[in-house]
Structure formats: C-alpha cells, structure tokens
Ligand binder design. Sequence first.
Ligand code: SAH
Length: 292
Amino acid sequence: MSDSPPRAKRFPLSLHQLGTAPKGSAGPAGAGKASAAPAVAPASAREPLKPQGHWQQAAALKARTLPPSGLGLDSAGVRQRMVQRLRREGLSDERVLNALATVPRHEFVDTALAIQAYEDTSLPIGHGQTISKPSVVGRMMALMLAAPGAQARGDLGKVLEIGTGCGYQAALLMQVARHVVSVERLKPLHDKASGHLVGYNRVRLVYGDGMLGHGPSAPYDSIISAAGGDDIPQAWLDQLAPGGRLVAPMTAPSGRGQVLVLIDHLRDAQGSRFVRSLHEPVLFVPLKSGVM
Ligand code: SAH
C-alpha cells in the first residue's frame, strides 16, 4: 500500500488544480473523482463548471450516448443493416429503402422492445395491436409506388392510412407522399401516435372509424390499410381518386387467413372501374368498426 502513487487531493485546491476553470466556478476541474469518468474530463476542462457540474455533465452525457432504447448513437447503423437485409430479400424500391433507413423505428415502440426494433418482426404496441413487419410495410409501399398514377407523379400524392397504431407507418409514408391522413379507432393509440409524430407536419391524425375512410379530405391518390376485414369497405373505393391505388389485407377467398389485395381505380374511355388483384398471404390485426 505504501508504494501506491499519491492520490490527487480534492481539498484544499492548489492554483494549478483550478486550471482553466473560470472565476467563480466551484468545481475541481479534472481533479479527484472527476477523473473516474474520463469521457467527461475533456468537456469539464473546457466548459464552465457549476457545483456538482461534473456529475450533471456525466448524467447528461450518459443520457445522450445511452438513450433508453440502449441502441446508443448507432441506431442509423443498425437501421442501415436492416435495410441491407431487406434489399437482399428482394425489396428494391430505393425510395422505400430510403424511408426505412430514415425513420427511427425504435422510437415508436416501448423501451423494452427497442432492441428488437430493427429485426424484421411485428411487435406489440399495446391494446392488442402490433406494429407491422418492416418487410411487409415496405412491400405495401412499393406496391403503391408502382401504380401508374404514383409513377407519373413521382410520389404517393395524398394518402389515407387506416390504422395509425403507433404512427411508424405514417412516418414512413410521409417520406414518399405529399400529405398523409391517418385514422385510428383506439383513442390511446391515436394519442400515442400524436406524441410520436410531433414535427411531422404533413401527417394529419384522425381519431375515428377508418372503415368510413375520412370524407373531409377525400379523394385520395393512395389508400393503405394496416388492418384486415372480410372485404374492402365501400367508403374506401368511393374515396379513391381515379388513377389511385389501394393496398390492404383482406380475408383470403378460402376464408382462411389473409391475403394482400390491390385495387386500382381506372378511368378511361370505357368509364370508371375498379380492378382488383390478390397477392401473397399476410397476417394483420382485424379491421373493426366503431371507436373505443
Ligand atoms: N400502421 C400501424 C399498424 C397498427 S396495427 C403502425 O405502424 O403502428 C393496425 C391498427 O389498425 C390498430 O391500431 C387498430 O386499432 C387499427 N384499426 C383497426 N380497425 C380500425 C378502424 N376501423 N379504423 C381505424 N383504425 C382501425
């Protein structure tokens, strides 16, 4: 013990220990226990210290580098790896991949689930509902962007989303649309999404029964549903603009499971009609009527 190096004295402070700390500051810059948190030392040498300043700075730094998600500052990197996986699996629309690389999915789920946010899996968002798998959301968006109307316009135009949930898909849609109207029937989820989407000012969240669409902002160039019923509600077709495309899950013709349905509203010399095609099996929460 006797030959251990002398420990820095905390008090009284000698002049050199005060270092560059400005006049009036009470903190021991770089001295004593502050050196136990080396990441803070350079900042504490530069910045004016308040009483307990180094503890406050350490706490602030910790809060910045270790957000509750535990994903650290590298969430963009984790997101990028998810995008690379989706690309390898066949998702090729660059605008969709870019949206998936931009929106921080971990901020839309509960802290305890954030670590799973960049796996290609659906996750619970409370109230018996789930946030959809990134690959499925990506696939639906790519199908909508491939519509002739969207190709001519270069984006999804005005979008109606049924089933806001936690707001993740609305944030993605906003990256490739001019305006998004999103309807949710569960008030707590509508409120949760409102909190998540602060600052996304081209997204309008509506608390209501999305089976009725949202008449006041109709018609829509694109309609997307995150919940599946036995058929496509007539209101959605009524609110789909000519040239517009609708993508939604729906009970499979066999009556077992769901499939993705795509409906184009065509208007040409033969008049106005809806052309429907069925795609791959999917698994979405049920579309229910009324609000809660
Ligand atoms: N897009 C969402 C997915 C949420 S899950 C997200 O990114 O998180 C589907 C949502 O559809 C659920 O929140 C459910 O409450 C909602 N939903 C079901 N039927 C509905 C209806 N008739 N009108 C509006 N929302 C509905």
